[in-house]
Design a protein around this ligand. Structure first.
Ligand SMILES: [Zn+2]
Length: 115
């Protein structure tokens, strides 16, 4: 399952980025995923709930889906779209070069630490 291995990677990154802190509680993890990454937010939340151990267990997982950024191959316009197939808003062409939209990354961690 795509989401489970992805979630494992994201949790590893989260653990590494918190290694210098004395974390007492994690409130929320925010993940950003491009529209083309084909993430099913429900499946990712499910993977998180089954994989998360202390201190991540019980934290909220927020997933923000980012639009695709593309450049029209006919008129050169750069545009963003949540829809597939891509259609240029300027000329209506569906020939496009994808600039971004398949990235998935841990954007932020909201946590509490011991003073
Ligand atoms: Zn165009």
């Amino acid at each position: 399952m795509h989401e489970a291995s992805l979630m494992e990677n994201l949790l590893t990154i989260a653990e590494e980025s918190l290694s210098g802190y004395n974390v007492t509680k994690i409130n929320c993890l925010t993940i950003k995923a491009g529209r083309l990454a084909n993430i099913l937010p429900d499946a990712l939340v499910f993977a998180f709930q089954s994989l998360a151990e202390a201190p991540f267990a019980g934290a909220r997982l927020e997933i923000e889906v980012l639009p695709i950024t593309a450049r029209c191959l006919d008129c050169g316009a750069e545009y963003q779209s949540m829809d597939i197939p891509l259609v240029c808003p300027d000329c209506g062409s569906n020939m496009a070069a994808i600039i971004s939209g398949s990235e998935v990354y841990l954007d932020s961690i909201d946590f509490e630490q011991e003073e």
